[in-house]
Write a protein that binds this ligand. Structure first.
Ligand SMILES: CC(C)(COP(=O)(O)OP(=O)(O)OC[C@H]1O[C@@H](n2cnc3c(N)ncnc32)[C@H](O)[C@@H]1OP(=O)(O)O)[C@@H](O)C(=O)NCCC(=O)NCCS
Length: 278
């Protein structure tokens, strides 16, 4: 692993005429480790603090930089073109993953644990980590390097944005037992802590201010760190008044998600995973 890391960092920082060849040499091993979950773009320590593994993101960037765009299929009907490193992720029946037929793609270089269900159409990009028993519903995106925990419900049409460059940026993190409601968007390295619930239609970026009505505080990204949604928070779409004279005159408001409550038994009942589907 140490050698792989040194190779990637050297090629990334000091590219030369051998870089294409050297990238070809490490690509299969590197993608295999990502597929097996032995390496990941970001990971938590024992206290739940996350660190971004910059060298892994650099490795993925090199695959884009030195990949050749090729025709990915033999078919004369279905023609797809992509960088040659990024085949579909290999699976077999023993992996315990359900990929329901119909228009989904999972790029190689992503970890998909046992019990994951991918409804069609959905897309999981390179560097993503999807832990056990998570449900990816139709029209959902798991973007580049996004880190999803266990038993998450990523509802229909929800988008988890990818964060690849610059390599040091934290990807989006969604921790265990979170429910992301339909039509949500989570971007720019935002972290959703355990058991939080995003009501349908919540959009989170690092620029958004979240008003916590329970604890009467404002949650926002500070010192360039990602926005963090607290454990168990139930977030719904909201708005706040624009107080500039022009904003007041025209009665304008701006989107501002609200923590309406913290998860209770009623919320648990509403967001319970449909066992019958599993
Ligand atoms: C957030 C959610 C889980 C409700 O949680 P809950 O704990 O049952 O919430 P409650 O019913 O106790 O609501 C608490 C308050 O928030 C309000 N509220 C709840 N959900 C809301 C939402 N999505 N948007 C706006 N307000 C909402 C309620 O009206 C209530 O207001 P009140 O205190 O003034 O009466 C639910 O609204 C939701 O969005 N579920 C996701 C559904 C979905 O996307 N499914 C995907 C299937 S593919």
């Amino acid at each position: 692993m140490k050698l792989l890391r040194e190779t990637i960092e050297r090629i990334f920082d000091n590219p030369d005429v051998n870089s294409v060849h050297e990238t070809e040499e490490f690509a299969d091993h590197f993608l295999g480790l990502l597929n097996e979950g032995q390496i990941r773009a970001a990971e938590p320590d024992e206290f739940g603090n996350w660190t971004v593994n910059t060298w892994i993101k650099k490795g993925i960037i090199l695959l884009f930089r030195y990949g050749k765009t090729i025709k990915m299929t033999e078919s004369h009907v279905y023609k797809f073109y992509d960088k040659h490193f990024f085949e579909l992720r290999p699976f077999n029946i023993g992996d315990g993953v359900r990929i329901v037929p119909g228009g989904s793609s999972i790029r190689t270089g992503s970890y998909i644990a046992r019990g994951v269900i991918c409804m069609p159409p959905s897309y999981i990009n390179v560097g993503a980590y999807v832990d056990s028993d998570t449900l990816i519903d139709s029209h959902a995106l798991v973007g580049t390097c996004a880190q999803l925990g266990k038993r998450i419900h990523l509802s229909a049409a929800s988008q988890i944005g990818g964060v690849l460059e610059p390599a040091g940026l934290m990807p989006v993190i969604v921790e265990d037992d979170v429910l992301i409601g339909g039509n949500c968007g989570v971007y720019e390295g935002v972290r959703i802590k355990r058991r939080a619930v995003l009501g349908s239609g919540v959009i989170l970026t690092n620029s958004v201010k979240v008003f916590d009505l329970v604890n009467e505080r404002v949650i926002q990204s500070e010192n360039g760190k990602p926005l963090e949604i607290p454990e168990g928070a139930v977030v719904v779409p909201g708005s706040r008044t624009i107080n500039s004279p022009y904003g007041k005159k025209n009665g304008l408001s701006i989107s501002s998600p609200l923590i309406i409550k913290y998860r209770d038994e009623k919320t648990d009942a509403r967001v319970a995973l449909e066992e019958a589907l599993r």
